[in-house]
Design a protein around this ligand. Structure first.
Ligand code: TYD
Ligand code: MG
Length: 457
């Protein structure tokens, strides 16, 4: 049964409400509300309870939304643009995370300078450092600073107001932990502050069409009060990582609404800032000693490109009752699993040895295609017998000891061939690629025999 909706309407401006109030919510006039019963918007049930003041949201047909890639600000730092998916999108919020000292501020200042050189007005909120410190870094990087406005402010709202006043197209906030939102009790960088700052920034960036990048320190040990809290809010999350003590830096997109995830950019930290590495595979394989045991090369697919990396393993007699297993760049559980497969399927037991496994240049192995390389590196380390340096390894290792095929093997083989590898141990079903000899292996036993014989059977 249709029933008239009753409510109150402002005699001055027509504002409507379901409950009587003394002052109009729209024109602020006092005592201007009159009761009405309006049959035209009648309905029953829950709809009748909807406040008559709710304004219907605008709708549009999906077909009418223009299908355009959208604008991007290209930073002209090739490896950064690659990870961003071709530049930074106006109105988006990007988080760049990483350990303190890894080079976030350096990268941000370099990106700011490149964008400013293209005529964009760039704001740089230096909540963490004084303008003097930023100036010193800029001088080291050879950046004059035209077009970059520093905003030395830790109140987020004041900083954003300043950025609006400057009419910026791109804003960098270094770092998210150093700014605070007024009116919240918790300390800067705390969970409540981070969530609120993130939510405000998302709305602000979108509303003003400003490309906004925030940096954040990732606390080792996965402390919850870190920038990981922001991951679900922001449009893209890039993490900066490095190998132990090396100068190579890997920037990885773990989330990107405007590009591929798992895309990596490779940089080298030099005396004059970060330099994009043009041939990352060659950089990852640099400087290896052909006589060293425990080293095996494989090719990964990272985002849109293949990358060759080296797995290094070391095994030494352990003084401990429970020998150590140390992994960097791969999960320690993967190391345990492959040692178990090696013992059961290959007959090689590392029970009384400390075993360490690492991956070159700060790369992380996520994909099981590197299993075979890890396995042969372990065998080579346990036996202290070097592998043939012209041979690479591809294949996933099953618990049963069989070697499983890997995806995109052609692209991986081409990359290995380009780097001068003449042979590759690979699953039996792999299709050949010109320039690299395939040595098909079906099982762990067969792979170990071929690997230790220098790939020549
Ligand atoms: P920084 O960008 O301040 O790191 P983050 O913001 O992630 O904490 O980088 C700090 C390190 O980088 C510091 O150890 C010095 C080094 N560095 C260089 O090697 N070359 C350079 O040109 C610059 C600016 C820094
Ligand atoms: Mg910094």
């Amino acid at each position: 049964m249709a029933r008239a909706v009753r409510g109150y309407r402002c005699r001055e401006c027509g504002w409507q409400t379901v409950a009587y109030v003394g002052r109009c919510g729209e024109c602020q006039a006092w005592n201007s509300l009159e009761q009405f019963a309006d049959g035209t918007r009648a309905s029953v049930g829950p709809l009748a309870k909807r406040p008559v003041t709710a304004v219907p949201a605008a709708t549009l047909s999906l077909a009418d939304v223009p299908d355009e890639p959208g604008r991007r600000f290209v930073t002209e730092i090739p490896e950064l643009d690659r990870v961003l998916g071709g530049g930074v999108v106006p109105g988006s919020l990007v988080l760049v995370g990483g350990d303190p000292g890894i080079g976030k501020s350096t990268l941000m200042l370099q990106a700011a300078a490149r964008m400013a050189a293209k005529g964009l007005v760039v704001g740089y909120v230096c909540g963490e450092e004084s303008p003097r410190q930023v100036r010193m870094r800029a001088s080291r990087l050879g950046i004059a600073g035209d077009g970059i406005s520093l905003i030395p402010e830790t109140s987020l709202d004041s900083a954003l107001a300043a950025a609006e006043g400057l009419g910026v197209s791109a804003l960098i906030i270094d770092s998210i932990q150093s700014v605070y939102v007024d009116g919240l009790e918790s300390r800067s960088g705390g969970p409540a502050q981070l969530s609120e700052a993130g939510a405000r920034l998302v709305g602000w960036a979108k509303g003003n069409e400003i490309a906004t990048i925030v940096t954040g320190h990732v606390t080792k040990g996965g402390e919850i009060a870190g920038p990981r809290l922001l991951e679900h809010l922001v449009d893209a999350v890039l993490y900066f990582e490095s190998g132990e003590g090396g100068s190579l830096r890997v920037l990885r997109a773990v989330k990107n609404r405007f590009g591929a995830t798992d895309e990596v950019g490779v940089f080298e930290m030099t005396g004059e800032g970060l330099r994009s590495v043009e041939n990352p595979s060659a950089a990852f394989l640099e400087a290896h000693d052909p006589e060293a045991s425990g080293c095996a090369v494989t090719a990964l697919i990272e985002g849109s490109r293949p990358l060759a990396i080296e797995v290094q393993a070391l095994a030494v007699p352990s003084p401990l009752a429970a020998p150590r297993r140390i992994a960097s760049g791969l999960e320690v559980s993967r190391l345990h699993l492959l040692l178990a497969v090696l013992a059961r399927r290959g007959g090689i037991v590392a029970g009384n040895l400390d075993v360490v496994a690492t991956v070159s240049g700060g790369m992380r192995l996520r994909d099981p295609s590197a299993d075979l390389a890890i396995l042969v590196a372990l065998v080579s380390a346990v036996r202290d017998q070097p592998l043939d340096r012209g041979t690479a390894f591809l294949g996933e290792v099953a618990l049963s000891g069989s070697i499983r095929p890997v995806q995109q093997s052609q692209r991986r083989l081409l990359e290995l061939g380009r780097l001068g590898f003449g042979r590759c141990l690979a699953p039996a079903s792999t299709s050949p690629v010109e320039g690299i000899e395939l040595i098909p292996v079906r099982s762990v036993k067969e792979a170990l025999r071929m690997a230790l014989a220098g790939g020549r059977g």
